[in-house]
Design a protein around this ligand. Structure first.
Ligand code: PGA
Length: 255
């Protein structure tokens, strides 16, 4: 019912020649792969370059951030219209690095989510607790607050199009992956929260896991019932590793 989704978040990596080569290798590696969606999120400056490579391939284009206004005096920002124009299908919103280093609040993430949906972009909304919050037993409270403030004013048809990414901050770029059970606990809980507020449409919302996803842990993560894919940082810069993640097992549709 939910098509698994694997997204590579390249972060601030990828001059255009590197981006072109990486995108080409990803396209070649996932050719013929059915039953799942794959996307890459290059930096803004490489979006059009990567778009050219992705044409005629099933790999979709994603952006890493976006402003909520269509145009205006917002120096340094990129609008939903601009992302649409270069062929983005997805946009990552509220990544913990944006929240931590650039002061993004839940209120800003919410405005961005509404703007993305209004422009036919699929928002990938990132939530997750810090290590201190986990150790203080606040994980579910923190994550539920982020989900509520960003999403729960949306109506069911809108919620259905949203992708949520649970990314525990302590697992991002640290090599310390959440266990499948730790991730499943939070994913199941997010789905329950969505069900309580928007009803059965919650069963259609894809919830990705992010945080040190690698070729050697993806298969176990994907066995969990509420893990519908992955948001991959570091390993997405290595085409071979990312392709292996996109080819997670078990699957009965591999070539
Ligand atoms: P990581 O990053 O895979 O390098 O931990 C994940 C992310 O930040 O989306």
């Amino acid at each position: 019912m939910r098509t698994p989704l694997i997204v590579g978040n390249w972060k601030m990596h990828g001059l255009r020649a590197e981006a072109r080569a990486l995108a080409a290798a990803v396209c070649a590696g996932v050719q013929g792969l059915g039953g799942r969606e794959v996307a890459v999120a290059p930096p803004f400056t490489a979006l059009t370059t990567v778009r050219e490579v992705l044409l005629d391939s099933p790999v979709a284009l994603a952006a890493q951030n976006m402003h909520w206004e269509e145009r205006g005096a917002f120096t340094g920002e990129v609008s939903p219209l601009m992302l649409q124009e270069v062929g983005c299908r997805f946009v990552i919103l509220g990544h913990s690095e944006r929240r931590q280093y650039f002061g993004e609040s839940d209120a800003m993430v919410k405005q961005k989510v509404h703007a993305a949906l209004a422009h036919d972009l699929v928002p990938i909304v990132c939530v997750g607790e810090t290590l201190n919050e986990r150790e203080a037993g606040q994980t579910l409270e923190v994550v539920s607050g982020q989900v509520r403030r960003a999403l729960l004013e949306l109506d069911p048809p809108a919620i259905r199009r949203v992708v949520v990414a649970y990314e525990p901050v302590w697992a991002i770029g640290t090599g310390r992956v959440a266990t499948p059970q730790q991730a499943q606990e939070v994913h199941g809980w997010i789905r329950k929260l969505l069900r309580e507020t928007v009803g059965e449409v919650a069963a259609e919302v894809r919830i990705l896991y992010g945080g040190s996803v690698k070729p050697d842990n993806i298969d176990e993560l994907m066995k969990e019932p509420d893990i519908d894919g992955a948001l991959v940082g570091g390993a997405s810069l290595d085409a071979q590793a990312f392709v292996r993640i996109a080819r997670f097992l078990p699957a009965n549709d591999l070539e």
